[in-house]
Design a protein around this ligand. Structure first.
Ligand code: 6PG
Length: 485
């Protein structure tokens, strides 16, 4: 097949890269993959479905010379320097109008810089978020493209063909300007962190507090997954409790060290939220708990010093499981609400023009945070595409109001028995603060003004004020610079 011109090229044939390429081939596209490692290119070719056109090469030159123009190529390499190295190698080989896609989890600021840099060289660069893990890549991921519309139009048919389908619609859509694709994927991952944290807190209180064994845990999560919060993460959680260890007689879950890894996207979400001023504590807490989990040796030592054992929870099992279900339901909605609120704010601030209803639709299939709850959010955004926070939607409010007491009960029980429920309590605290018309932050303003003349606003008249707190009756209206006596 020496004269074949290929429709799409993939750089980096790890499992994600190969699987996505094979998925494209299954949809009739002629694809070519590059990897320095000949074993990987061989594996790619032998894994191809019979009758599909798939080729593996070991130099970039070979790949570039066999691609249809404008060339469409994606890299799936680790974020950071590897992306820049590939770009540097590609530049001399490409021509005006060619399209480079970064399909990895790159930081959106890096993507922004790369877009600008490559625009000067008349090359298109797109950041595309891809979710769904290895299986998703092979069978249908959720795809979050953003950036250059001209380039998007060129790759749209391929992306639509390979994406997961929900009600016949592909889980892909143009999600906004510049680095919007990577921004949306980052927030997806932040929400993923938060929900995983919440589920692990439920596991803790069910297992250690109520004494449920792995079989019972499997049943609880399976039942929850068959109900109103069906989700991929609940489904895999139920499965996990059935897996036997192949190195011992135990179940695998009981042999896994309790130190959580992280590749950075959760932390980036928190950092981006701090930069924009949007509060997302459920996500922040999830990042923080992974960091605490890494302090295993210190935790063992602290446990001894403080004799900090958790206690059994003395509530009838059935009743507690119901409470916990509703608490998880509530806090999961809060996690999505925080992520979406960040997207809404960042979209405006960074002029990304992210279509929030489309984000929700793209997340309904293929991705790690797919859940039946997204249907509820979809309705909310259909009613108001500019909704600032999902908690302000009437239907969401009805559901949350019905479950609020159960979250309070669970947090109270868990904390009083020494369980760290950072995600559940962060969600409740966020909710309590968000729904409070008047917060005690008037005192913070007074303190700031007292020690640093930082000024404050008043509830009864407009303007900026400063008081000399150690002298009687001296307040300055900063707008007019008049002393008010
Ligand atoms: C996905 C996942 C994926 C990422 C995991 C692991 O959407 O398919 O988000 O992109 O590999 O989230 O991330 P951490 O290692 O940070 O947990």
């Amino acid at each position: 097949m020496a004269d074949t011109l290929y429709d799409f090229g993939m750089i980096g044939l790890g499992v994600m890269g190969s699987n996505l390429l094979l998925n494209m081939a299954d949809h009739g596209f002629k694809v070519i993959g590059y990897d320095k490692n000949p074993d990987k290119t061989k594996t790619l070719e032998v894994s191809a479905t019979k009758g599909t056109v798939v080729k593996g090469v070991n130099t970039l030159n070979e790949m570039i010379s066999q691609l249809q123009k404008p060339r469409k190529l994606m890299m799936l390499v680790p974020a950071g320097n590897p992306v820049d190295s590939v770009i540097a190698e590609l530049i001399p080989l490409l021509e005006e109008g060619d399209i480079i896609i970064d399909g990895g989890n790159s930081h959106y600021i890096d993507t922004l810089k790369r877009i600008t840099f490559l625009k000067e060289k008349k090359l298109h660069f797109m950041g595309i978020g891809i979710s769904g893990g290895e299986q998703g890549a092979r069978l249908g991921p959720s795809i979050m493209p953003g950036g250059d519309m001209e380039a998007y139009k060129e790759v749209e048919p391929i992306l639509k063909a390979v994406a997961a389908k929900v009600n016949g619609q592909p889980c892909v859509a143009y999600l906004g300007n510049d680095a919007a694709g990577h921004y949306v994927k980052m927030v997806h991952n932040g929400i993923e962190y938060a929900i995983m944290q919440l589920i692990s807190e439920c596991y803790d209180v069910l297992h250690n507090g109520m004494g449920l064994d792995n079989d019972e845990l499997h049943k609880v999560f399976l039942e929850w997954n068959n109900g109103e919060m069906k989700s991929f993460l609940l489904e895999i959680t139920a499965d996990i409790f059935l897996k036997k260890d192949d190195k011992s007689e135990a179940m695998l879950i009981d042999k896994i060290l309790d130190k959580a890894g992280a590749k950075g996207t959760g932390k980036w979400t928190s950092e981006a939220a701090l930069d924009s001023g949007e509060p997302i504590p459920a996500i922040d807490m999830a990042v923080m708990v992974r960091n605490i989990s890494a302090l295993k040796e210190q935790r063992i030592f602290a446990n001894k010093i403080y004799n900090a054992e958790v206690k059994k929870i003395n509530i009838p099992k059935e009743e507690f499981i119901k409470q916990l279900h509703d608490a998880l339901f509530f806090a999961t909605i809060v996690s999505y609400a925080q992520g979406m609120a960040l997207l809404s704010k960042a979209s405006a601030e960074l002029k990304m023009d992210i279509p929030l209803p489309e984000v929700i639709r793209v997340w309904t299939g293929g991705c790690i945070i797919r859940s039946s709850l997204l249907n509820l959010f979809s309705k909310a955004f259909q009613k108001n595409s500019q909704l600032q926070n999902l908690l302000l939607d009437e239907d969401v409010a009805k559901l949350l109001s019905a479950k609020k007491q159960r979250l309070k009960d669970v947090v109270t029980t868990a904390l009083s028995n020494a369980y760290p429920v950072s995600g559940l309590s962060a969600s409740l605290n966020y909710f309590n603060a968000y729904c409070r018309e008047k917060l005690p932050t008037n005192l913070i303003q007074a303190q700031r003004d007292y020690f640093g003349s930082h000024t404050y606003e008043r509830v009864d008249s407009p303007g900026i004020f400063h008081t000399d707190w150690q002298q009687d009756d001296k307040t300055v209206d900063h707008a007019s610079n008049q002393l008010i006596l």
